[in-house]
Design a protein around this ligand. Structure first.
Ligand code: SF4
Length: 483
């Protein structure tokens, strides 16, 4: 039986056309109600509040944020969210709204505190805990056993994905010297760690697919020539990469329910039915999709990396096509990550096309964004105007056994809840907002508060981001901690 093509959105400088119900629902939210946008702006201004949001927010929420001209709104990957939150506090914001999952609001709280701004309020927008399948896997007994194995091995460094709670980071760092990473900096973190301490044993977790993909990436590096390896990291060559492969270990039981969807079936369809498409994929996808995107990247028609890498790749390709007078008109991209990314992509692609046109380049380029999602990823509503919405209602069906590419946890953030929190700030009743604050972690571990100990791996990462080297105190800890 012939299956329907994956849904897609075609983006031009001034128009959007949707193919398939999922894409239609995405498109419907990209032109938000002007009154709602004005209301949001007024409430943000009154509350002196800034917003940092993750790329995976729903289309309704992101569409409204992008349309709002309040200068203290930022949508990005998790790495940039904390940086921008600190900048907003420095720019005079008294309150910060974090639209993401709980480890993101905890991260923002910890970094704003570390910047000396405990006076600034940080709020989530759900009364309920906003979990994450990946973060939960790092709180399992299996992860505890993994860390104890690391702690029993001399010269161990634990590289923990930022998508974990402050509790996980604190308990891990108490056992093994730990640094956080994101999908944007994980490859450089690992390479730099081995450059500074070649005798290292590196333990990565909790994302199993990302760990396996990193192992495959390092294996693939040994096949590159020396110049290509040095371009990636100047301290490495084939010999050092071959040596680190034996001392890179990853946790085998943790995954993200969203990226898990990009398995055999989706990969086979992309390979067989979308040979004309450029392939993008997040580092968290399963190995089959990773290999497809890596091969595409090596042929110059794809990218594998973080959400920011995917966004930059797509806009770069569109800008290059606009400069190529004889090139094709339509570029097709497979979106190998959470479908919420499309809001940022549409906005950025349109900006590129408008800028290109203004500079006399081609204005007729069309970017087709394909969502490789299963048809079950569409929910029906009772709303006559919007009878279907992207993803599944309330998160049901979106599990390792389900079939959607939208994160049910991220979708717990809503515009209504955001407006409610802003209302609460105006009334000034702090007790009414307690359930919206990030978890505080006042308990102690090894004589230090869990919040302070859990912040240390994040501060090590920020040190690496700033200087290009892992902090000396962390490397000393790796060399001297007794196994
Ligand atoms: S997409 Fe959702 S489940 Fe996956 S890592 Fe992010 S928050 Fe967790």
């Amino acid at each position: 039986m012939q299956r329907a093509p994956f849904p897609s959105l075609v983006v031009t400088a001034n128009e959007l056309s949707a193919q398939g119900a999922f894409a239609e629902a995405q498109a419907a939210y990209l032109n938000p109600d002007p009154d709602t946008v004005a209301d949001l702006r007024a409430r943000l201004e009154r509350a002196r509040a800034g917003v940092v949001a993750h790329f995976y927010m729903g289309a309704e929420l992101q569409g409204t944020l992008y349309a709002c001209d309040w200068p203290h709104i930022h949508v990005s990957d998790s790495l940039a969210m904390a940086d921008r939150a600190i900048a907003m506090a420095e720019a005079g914001m008294q309150n910060l709204i974090v639209l993401g999952v709980d480890f993101m609001s905890e991260n923002v709280r910890a970094m704003v505190d570390a910047a000396g701004r405990r006076d600034v309020g940080v709020y989530r927008v759900s009364r309920e805990p906003i979990g994450c399948s990946l973060a939960e896997s790092a709180e399992s007994r299996a992860y505890g056993a993994y860390l104890r194995k690391a702690a029993a091995t001399p010269r161990s460094l634990h590289v923990v994905y930022i998508n974990t709670s402050l509790w996980t980071k604190a308990h891990a760092h108490n056992l093994v010297p730990t640094i956080t990473c994101t999908s944007s900096n994980v490859v450089q973190t690992v390479l730099q760690a081995f450059a500074q301490e070649p005798e290292l044993h590196l333990w990565f977790g909790p994302d199993t697919y990302m760990g396996a993909n990193l192992a495959a990436l390092f294996e693939g590096l040994t096949e590159l020539d020396e110049a290509a390896i040095r371009a990636l990291h100047p301290a490495h060559d084939r010999r050092s990469i071959a040596a680190l492969r034996g001392r890179f270990d990853y946790f085998k039981q943790g995954n993200c329910v969203v990226h898990h969807m990009f398995g055999d079936d989706v990969t086979a369809r992309v390979r067989d039915e979308y040979q004309d498409a450029r392939v993008t994929a997040h580092l968290e996808v399963p190995g089959e999709m990773f290999r497809l995107a890596l091969a595409a990247q090596r042929e110059g028609r794809g990218v594998i990396g973080s959400t920011s890498d995917i966004l930059h790749y797509i806009t770069g390709q569109v800008a290059a096509a606009a400069r190529d007078a004889s090139g094709p008109r339509r570029l097709k991209f497979i979106l190998g990550t959470e479908s919420g990314m499309v809001t940022a992509i549409v906005r950025a692609v349109r900006q590129v096309l408008r800028d290109s046109e203004a500079q006399g380049a081609r204005g007729d380029i069309e970017a087709e964004i394909v969502f490789p999602v299963a048809s079950e990823a569409i929910a029906t509503t009772r709303d006559a105007e919007l009878p279907i919405v992207p993803g599944v209602a309330g998160g049901e069906g979106c599990s390792t056994a389900g079939g959607c590419a939208t994160c049910p946890y991220m979708k717990m953030n809503s515009l209504d809840a955001t407006l409610d929190v802003l209302d609460g700030l105006r009334v000034g009743d702090a007790s009414a907002l307690v359930s919206y604050e990030p978890r505080k972690y006042t308990e102690t571990l090894a004589g230090r508060s869990v919040a302070a100990l859990g912040s240390e791996p994040i501060l090590h990462m920020r040190g690496f981001q700033r200087t290009g080297a892992l902090p000396g105190a962390l490397i000393d800890d790796v060399r001297t901690r007794v196994a």
